[in-house]
Design a protein around this ligand. Structure first.
Ligand code: IMP
Length: 431
């Protein structure tokens, strides 16, 4: 009986939505454990595209319990809109199938104002955040001034915390960020409205998960963003504000590590990054443009074009190590069709030194030149292929070489956005 965690092995946007949707078939419960509505998980089912930001990607399957864990920061307005959107499409009709942790922190309007204003002031040095207030919400959590769902349900606690926060944030917004101040009563009333609409979903999700796992239910932990955006292990400070890696599962869902049996890293067959920060294999010319167009590389949350480059095996090998990944799901292999040559970055060169391991220094990463291994490409479209042995020989060689370099087996290869456009190699739930 396995529980499975799905973790991004790059800078996010690896195609986790599709993989989680596929693995959800074998899970009883799907859990988000970090991040917020900065995530954008795109799912294509029967040709219909759905983008989820907060609700676990299991929501498109009937009768799966979807859990938003304590490690997620929740914008209640965004959550309500997403619930509504799913219901309109005939999903999530049973409210008991969505549970939100009472310990999850709320994203407040001042978090969004601060996020946007800071980015504006940073100018060239901006992080390129999604502007959803994610960083400031996590800051308050660590500063012990955050407001959790449980606080929202206790009127006195909520008023007191909000009043204190508004006083402090308004000084910061006005004097430092030169922004408009916010009204206590407006926010108070709006959030009391959210409380009424959401209270039926809020519960002790760690306890719920413990009981369900003891009852033999299978759990899929759905990571958002990617390892290289992890606040501890990513390309700091060009990262998001949560632990996107495997460590985030335990703290963000309230489960012990012995409950995680398989850790599947999701990686594109090339690399993308949205927002600022170092990206050693970035292609700034026509090849990058081709990847962007063929891969439809535009952010699911902000619509921003993604920066594109060759597969960075230094980064993914690091993600495998940091997370103890037991397998890799390789996505968007079809996008590489038509390239005469395909490159894999196996090391970096910077200042006369060669780096085989992912460097912590931002300066090194910014100067890093990729050392490439070059492989022959293929011309045949892949989207109709369902068996590894039916792929063009060079595509098979590419996959085998990646397995060698990463020292990890592939469990799935995705050859198109649809559920069926998948080569399933191993079911992690039956491992
Ligand atoms: P934040 O998470 O909005 O604070 O943004 C911090 C960095 O993480 C920025 O570079 C964002 O573009 C990036 N980021 C946040 N969420 C995602 C995601 O779901 N996919 C890819 N990049 C993301």
């Amino acid at each position: 009986m396995a529980n499975v965690a799905v973790i991004g092995a790059q800078w996010g946007d690896e195609g986790k939505g599709k993989v989680v949707d596929l693995f959800s078939r074998d899970a009883d419960i799907v859990v988000r454990f970090q991040g917020g509505n900065n995530a954008g998980h795109t799912l294509v089912v029967d040709g219909q595209k759905t983008v989820l930001h907060l609700i676990p990607s299991g929501a498109l399957h009937a009768n799966k319990l979807c859990v938003i864990g304590n490690g997620v920061v929740v914008d209640p307005q965004a959550l309500l809109e997403e619930i509504q959107g799913l219901k309109e499409r005939g999903h999530l009709l049973d409210d008991s199938l969505l549970r939100v942790s009472e310990e999850a922190h709320l994203i407040m309007p001042y978090h969004k104002s601060i996020d946007l204003a800071r980015e504006r002031l940073r100018g060239k040095g901006k992080i390129g955040t999604t502007g959803r207030g994610i960083g400031p919400a996590y800051e308050d959590k660590v500063a012990r001034t955050g407001i959790r769902f449980i606080d929202l349900t206790e009127e006195e606690t909520f008023r007191e915390k909000l009043r204190h926060n508004i006083e402090e944030k308004n000084i910061y917004l006005k004097a430092i960020l030169k922004e408009k101040t916010l009204s206590f009563s407006e926010i108070h009333d709006t959030y009391c409205g959210y409380r009424e609409k959401l209270k039926g979903y809020v519960t002790d999700t760690a306890l719920l998960l413990d009981r369900e796992m003891k009852a033999g239910k299978r759990v899929l932990f759905e990571g958002a963003q990617g390892t290289l955006l992890d606040v501890d292990h990513g390309t700091y400070p060009f990262v998001t504000s949560s632990n996107t890696g495997i460590g985030g599962v335990c703290s963000g869902a309230g489960v012990g590590p012995q409950n995680i049996h398989q850790i599947i890293g999701i990686s594109k067959a090339y690399t993308t990054r949205v927002g600022s920060g170092p990206f050693p294999t970035e292609l700034k010319g026509p090849e990058g443009e081709k990847l962007k167009q063929e891969g439809d590389e535009f952010g699911a949350t902000t619509g921003r074009p993604r920066r594109c480059g060759w597969f960075d095996a230094v980064g993914v090998r690091y993600a495998v190590r940091i997370n103890g990944m037991t397998g890799i799901a390789l996505t968007k292999l079809d996008v590489l069709t038509g390239f005469k040559e395909i490159k894999i970055c196996t090391a970096y060169r910077a200042d006369g030194a060669t780096y085989y391991e992912f460097p912590s220094s931002l300066c090194v990463l910014e100067r890093a030149q990729p050392v490439f291994e070059v492989m022959d490409g293929w011309g045949t479209p892949l989207s109709g292929t369902r068996k590894l042995s039916d792929l063009p020989k060079n595509a098979q060689k590419y996959i085998r070489r990646l397995e060698e370099i990463l020292n990890t087996e592939m469990v799935l290869v995705s050859v198109g956005p649809g559920r069926e456009e998948t080569i399933m190699l191993k079911n992690p739930f039956s491992s």
